[in-house]
Ligand binder design. Sequence first.
Ligand SMILES: [Zn+2]
Length: 324
Amino acid sequence: MLVDNTRKASYKILLSLATMLGAIVWSGVLQGSSFKMAGSRGERFGLLDSTGKSVPINFNSGYRSFVDSVGATLTDSSRSLLAQEILKNDSFFFRNWNTQYVHIPEKSPISASDSVELYLIKESEQFFFNYWGVFFWGYGMRWGRMHRGLDLGLNIGDSVYSSFNGIVRYAQFNSGGYGNCVVIRHFNGIETLYGHLDKLLCEPGDLVLAGELIGLGGTTGRSTGPHLHFETRYRGNSFNPELIIDKNSGNLFSHTYKLSKNEITDPVSASSGSSSSSRYHVVKSGETLSGIARKYGTTVSKLQRLNNISNPNKLRIGQRIKVR
Ligand SMILES: [Zn+2]
């Protein structure tokens, strides 16, 4: 009995030590300094700049600072070497790394406390906001389902840039509605998502800096016209980009942001909720009811019943059709 209690006590101490250690590592991660690499290893590693000169690795003030200071000078292959090294070594931050799934949400990502301090930009890091002057939609409920980003009007072919420094996690056509879509994981702890692109100009594993070209804007996927669908996510869970970005100036409100638990939307519970609720489609030029039925995996007669449509050939552009 006595032994058992002692065991329990030491187990408890171990647990709280692990939690403390986790918190320290985590705050280190957000600063981009959770691992060190010996200088000799860096040289053997062979990072080169575009003139062919060797660039010694120096993580003394964290890899985040290092990437920011030399990232732009490196050759493409040196950049991906550096990205691989960061991914390999910083297992805590880059856990749940997946190039095939657009979302990899963690349940209760803010559980230790009720908020987490995000160091959005550090020192000389930059921020870039893609905005062409036309704002269509914000974050929140729309047509009975959650809209998790900002819809920013553009012309097909307009350049789309990365908002922060980071590594591309996902870049492919997404059949769930995003169309050609890029997700970048940033060193500040958040991911940004860029949907409906016409062309993808980056690949998973690419190290990108704020303001660097990642794709061209378009209207692929579930989209009613050319625009960029832009999301910000913390450990897979979306939050309103307007919490951190002043869209009128295109700047961040502040270099840091305290993200609280109630500001993130858990996509696990939200998406299971939306499966039972209605969904709508807005008719575009040239669309037919049978085409729309195919797109949503339903039938023409079901759509007719749901929407009280007697003549399936009489659709008008802009008409809202209940598809579920
Ligand atoms: Zn959108």
